[in-house]
Design a protein around this ligand. Structure first.
Ligand SMILES: [Zn+2]
Ligand SMILES: [Zn+2]
Length: 314
């Protein structure tokens, strides 16, 4: 049953059956609009387009992440990494359980606003665990390997991490239901916002960024190499979750921030090698975590979380 599902899904993805052309065109449109907005705000020489064209190797992973995402290769790789198991469980649960809570809300704008908040809370929780579960952190390190911020850094995400995000999104969909148009619009807002928070626009957006939305400056703190900034500003669209759960760090736009990882093994050997190395490290940490449960020796052979990665590298 799982094998049949895997073959079917693999063929569907590999042959571009049901390829989400509309969603892809929307992604290209949103990205292009954000690139233009950014270039107008910061000027051509500081814009992502200029950085991507001139900085070479250090930003190649941003470009490849974007191209792999657009062509569906990221989804294909995600399917292969876990042999379709997560997508299979996802499909089965979605087929049989759905509470359609969102449909009980009569107003469409209210549905949109609630979905925006609920999906963002989901993203906050998922992001928190990306930093606190060792095997997921090994995948999320790829996003944090960016040594400068460009609009395409928002695509710099490991294929295997995307599968896990989709899988845990299931909880929201099972509870709320998935009204296609509302979800597309919600996704569009999250997408556009994420492009801006990874842009060269180093702004804290005033009171809006302090109390409501994640500003580019706040997300820069999250990408900072400085251990003082670790475990801060996990929010994706709304900053309210960081405020609520005590992970907020007030950005200072006059402060210079160094981005990336203390021991950055990425951006040197090419996109495919970087992705594969993270994947195998993630499997190794997952294996060690399982072994540790059954062993008296509680010492890990690999750093377990972002915090431990810092401690072992200092
Ligand atoms: Zn992160
Ligand atoms: Zn980021």
């Amino acid at each position: 049953m799982l094998f049949d599902y895997f073959i079917q899904k693999f063929n569907s993805v590999a042959h571009y059956d049901h390829f989400p052309w509309q969603a892809m065109l929307l992604t290209i449109g949103v990205t292009a609009a954000c690139l233009v907005i950014e270039a107008i705000s910061v000027g051509w020489r500081r814009s992502s387009m200029y950085q991507l064209a001139t900085r070479g190797r250090v930003l190649h992973n941003d470009v490849f992440s974007f191209l792999f995402f657009l062509t569906g290769l990221t989804q294909l790789a995600g399917l292969l990494f876990y042999a379709g198991i997560f997508y299979f469980i996802y499909g089965q649960v979605m087929k049989h359980v759905n509470f359609h809570l969102i449909a009980s809300i009569p107003s469409v704008p209210l549905q949109f606003f609630i979905m925006l908040l609920v999906t963002d809370l989901r993203d906050y929780v998922i992001h928190y665990y990306r930093h606190h579960l060792g095997w997921v952190w090994e995948l999320h390190r790829f996003h944090h390997s960016a040594e400068d911020m460009t609009i395409l850094t928002s695509f710099r995400s490991h294929a295997a991490e995307g599968v896990l995000t989709d899988f845990f999104s299931m909880i929201v969909f099972v509870l709320m239901g998935v009204p296609a148009e509302t979800y597309l619009l919600v996704n569009l807002v999250h997408q556009a916002h994420q492009k801006l928070t990874h842009s060269q626009i180093n702004s804290d957006w005033g009171w809006l960024g302090r109390y409501i939305l994640v500003s580019p400056a706040a997300h820069r703190i999250h990408h900072s190499k400085n251990p003082e900034h670790y475990g801060r500003n996990f929010g994706v669209t709304f900053i309210i979750w960081d405020r609520l759960f005590g992970t907020y760090y007030e950005p200072d736009t006059t402060q210079q921030i160094a981005f990336g990882l203390p021991d950055n093994e990425f951006n040197k050997d090419g996109y495919v090698r970087d992705i594969l190395r993270s994947y195998f490290r993630s499997l190794a940490v997952a294996r060690d975590s399982v072994l540790r449960i059954f062993s008296r020796d509680k010492k890990m052979t690999l750093p377990d979380t972002q915090r431990e990665s810092v401690e072992t590298s200092l």
